[in-house]
Design a protein around this ligand. Structure first.
Ligand SMILES: [Zn+2]
Ligand SMILES: [Zn+2]
Length: 508
């Protein structure tokens, strides 16, 4: 298989088709310098001349939205068992594996977020990823962090539609080509229409092409990969997906069911789609017979597609299966030591899972945590900027997996998981009209506010300027019309205020 001669599948199919019709091998030309071209007229999977296999047996494994879930905790499985699962698959010579990610890998836990993705990237090298499509949360520390991580990564970051000041940045590529089992696989990556979910502070200069422009980009790249690079199979890895799907089996969908995907791409451009971003688990089959898979999030499952590519006939079959962590991280499976070693390298002295900040006397749900953060913003703000008449604090505050705070001893790592974002705390000014519209009268359930004692919203004057305390995510959301006046620092975040509060026995 190693010496298999690559010629584009379409040309090969045409050549074989012509020869098969004529029923005569001698009609099959030797297109390049007399090298051997496999042919399989009796369709037994072996070359009629050299008897080597003409079928590539590949297993695609796709991970999405891992959100930094690296170490074992009470809430989730760590990556040690998953690493064992991968290494066992790699050791089996029957198939060749291709492991890829569709984004949102770094943001979410203390070990991954506080290393700004470096620890996770190092694990991805160890695990053998061939590519990672950029997700919106890869931009949570601004575009500056992408370059050093792309240098650390032994695989490319993909984002065909990402531009910074009008150009594709150095840290990403449109696609990559992988050769396995005698086949050439093209992988195209794209980010979805999620620029607005990135903190406004970091959106400047950044653009993600969408709609017809994105479709044209992917079509052109798929064509180039097939015709110029000789790819036999094209995978599309997108950081976007359906939110209305959730299934264990295969669900047939219509074009109109997939607002985030242009089904024209399934008409000869891409052969298999791996999705992300909505954290749903599903396998869809679109009107062209192309499969779309998304594997939930947070190390809960991995999307698997076993693909047989008939290299002599330019066709393929796809068999999908969703593998849950209950299988790949079953208690009988021993974890791979590399995961603990990478953790130890980044946290040689203080383990954030052992660092207890205090005690929480009872279970607090996400709402209680979010309201408390708004209160702590108010306290911190009035204590820091006492010279300003601060009338309100809070803003967009939403906890992340596992969302709530369990009763008992609280680790810094646990607070980090529910409040992972590095959004600095700022004093902002806003006029009365927007204060009322976006904070007091908002219908957005993710907005939580704490107001000054005795402050009455009825007394707000539309054209007057008011001072409020929010974080940079809320301050730089452009529709809020807030101007940053002062910044606390770039190292104290919501989780730190909550850690101090719990440390002072606030919830004991
Ligand atoms: Zn995500
Ligand atoms: Zn996302």
């Amino acid at each position: 298989m190693k010496n298999f001669l690559k010629i584009p599948a379409l040309i090969l199919a045409a050549l074989l088709g012509g020869a098969a019709l004529a029923g005569c091998d001698s009609l099959l030309p030797n297109p390049i310098g007399g090298e051997h071209v496999h042919k399989d007229y009796n369709d037994d999977g072996l070359c009629d001349d050299c008897e080597e296999s003409v079928r590539a047996e590949l297993t695609f494994l796709a991970v999405n939205d891992l959100h930094g879930k690296f170490m074992d905790t009470d809430e989730q499985k760590g990556l040690d068992e998953f690493t064992t699962y991968l290494k066992n698959l790699y050791a089996d010579p029957a198939r060749e594996e291709i492991l890829l990610s569709s984004g949102d890998m770094w943001q979410g836990t203390v070990e991954s977020s506080s290393t700004k993705g470096a620890l996770m990237t190092e694990w991805m090298n160890e695990a053998g990823f061939v590519s990672m499509t950029l997700g919106n949360h890869e931009f949570d520390w601004g575009p500056d962090i992408l370059q050093p991580n792309s240098e650390l990564a032994e695989f490319p970051f993909l984002g065909i539609n990402v531009t910074y000041n009008g150009e594709m940045p150095d840290y990403c590529k449109a696609s990559t080509v992988v050769e396995k089992g005698g086949a050439k696989i093209g992988i195209i990556g794209a980010i979805g229409d999620c620029l607005s979910s990135i903190s406004g502070e970091f959106q400047k200069g950044l653009e993600f092409a969408t709609g017809n422009l994105l479709t044209a980009q992917v079509e052109a790249e798929a064509k180039r990969l097939r015709e110029e690079e000789g790819c036999d199979f094209i995978v599309y890895s997108i950081h976007d997906g359906g939110s209305g799907f959730s299934s264990s089996g295969v669900v047939s969908v219509k074009n109109s069911d997939m607002t985030y995907y242009d089904t024209a791409l399934s008409d000869g451009y891409v052969d298999l789609v791996f999705e992300a971003h909505t954290h749903k688990g599903y396998t869809l089959k679109d009107e062209h017979g192309v499969y779309h898979m998304q594997a939930q999030s947070d190390n809960r499952s991995v999307a698997r597609a076993d693909v047989t590519i008939d290299l002599a006939r330019g066709r393929h079959t796809v068999k999908t299966s969703m593998v849950s962590s209950g299988t790949y991280a079953a208690s009988s499976i021993e974890g791979d030591p590399s995961v603990g070693e990478i953790f130890g390298k980044y946290f040689p002295d203080e383990n954030p899972y052992e660092k207890i900040v205090g005690v929480n006397a009872s279970y607090r749900d996400s709402e209680v945590v979010e309201e408390k953060v708004a209160e702590l913003y108010f306290e911190k703000g009035t204590e820091t900027w006492g010279e300003y008449d601060i009338v309100l604090a809070g803003g967009f505050l939403r906890t992340r997996t596992p969302y709530d705070l369990a009763a008992g001893k609280v680790t810094y790592a646990a607070l980090f998981s529910i409040l992972p974002f590095d959004n600095a705390i700022v004093l902002g000014k806003i006029n009365g009209y927007y204060l009322k519209k976006n904070f007091i009268d908002t219908t957005n359930d993710d907005y939580h506010v704490c107001t000054k004692k005795g402050f009455s919203s009825g007394s707000i004057n539309n054209s007057q300027t008011y001072y409020i305390v929010v974080d940079t995510y809320t301050a730089y959301y452009k529709w809020n019309n807030i101007t940053e006046v002062k910044r606390l620092d770039n190292k104290t975040y919501a989780r730190d205020l909550l850690a101090a509060f719990i440390n002072e026995a606030g919830w004991a």
